[in-house]
Design a protein around this ligand. Structure first.
Ligand SMILES: Nc1ncnc2c1ncn2[C@@H]1O[C@H](COP(=O)(O)OP(=O)(O)OP(=O)(O)O)[C@@H](O)[C@H]1O
Ligand SMILES: [Mg+2]
Length: 164
């Protein structure tokens, strides 16, 4: 019997991608055949990295894994999911503090399109305190972040710092 491949979308800003994101993606790959990392292009958020830079970092990180794709989107996430034929949205839950916002978003997305299911994954405890914002902040202040982000992100962060 031929089974249809399952495809999940993992949306976020990934400015830049961290080892916490990688942990969620790895867990997603245990359950779904393909994970599309979908970068929301939201100019209002004043990102450190352009969308193209964020795509490049993720491409480099997953260049050896054909089951992970990277893409960008704007507009409604559920519309994007339909467009790329994904049936699931993956999100990560670090702590109770993530819960309220994620819960609202999941229910809103369900209302917008009941055929798309949101799945939450919990990271390893050692990643549960990592966010892109925190990584950028401590790096700016001179802390080592080698264990917090993939190599490609570290390289770009160093370049950004050097060019300022
Ligand atoms: N360390 C982590 N462990 C588990 N889930 C995470 C982790 N970091 C981010 N996520 C989840 O990944 C998704 C995308 O998050 P997002 O791109 O906003 O990352 P972020 O690290 O929270 O960035 P920012 O600090 O800019 O808000 C969200 O579901 C978020 O909860
Ligand atoms: Mg966040």
């Amino acid at each position: 019997m031929r089974q249809r491949r399952s495809r999940a979308v993992y949306p976020g800003s990934f400015d830049p991608i961290t080892n916490g994101h990688l942990d969620i993606i790895e867990r997603g790959l245990k359950v779904f055949d393909e994970v599309i990392i979908a970068i929301l292009s939201n100019p209002e958020k004043r990102p450190l990295f352009s969308v193209d830079e964020r795509v490049a970092i993720i491409r480099e990180t997953y260049r050896r894994n054909p089951r992970v794709k990277v893409d960008t989107f704007s507009g409604l996430l559920v519309d994007y999911a339909v467009k790329v034929k994904a049936t699931v949205i993956v999100r990560g839950l670090r702590a109770i503090s993530d819960f309220e916002f994620e819960f609202q978003m999941a229910l809103m997305n369900r209302r917008l399109n009941p055929r798309i299911e949101t799945v939450f994954m919990m990271p390893a405890e050692s990643y549960s305190y990592i966010s892109s914002r925190m990584v950028k902040e401590v790096f700016e202040l001179g802390a080592p972040i080698d264990a917090l982000v993939p190599k490609a992100a570290l390289k770009r962060l160093r370049e950004k710092k050097a060019h300022r």
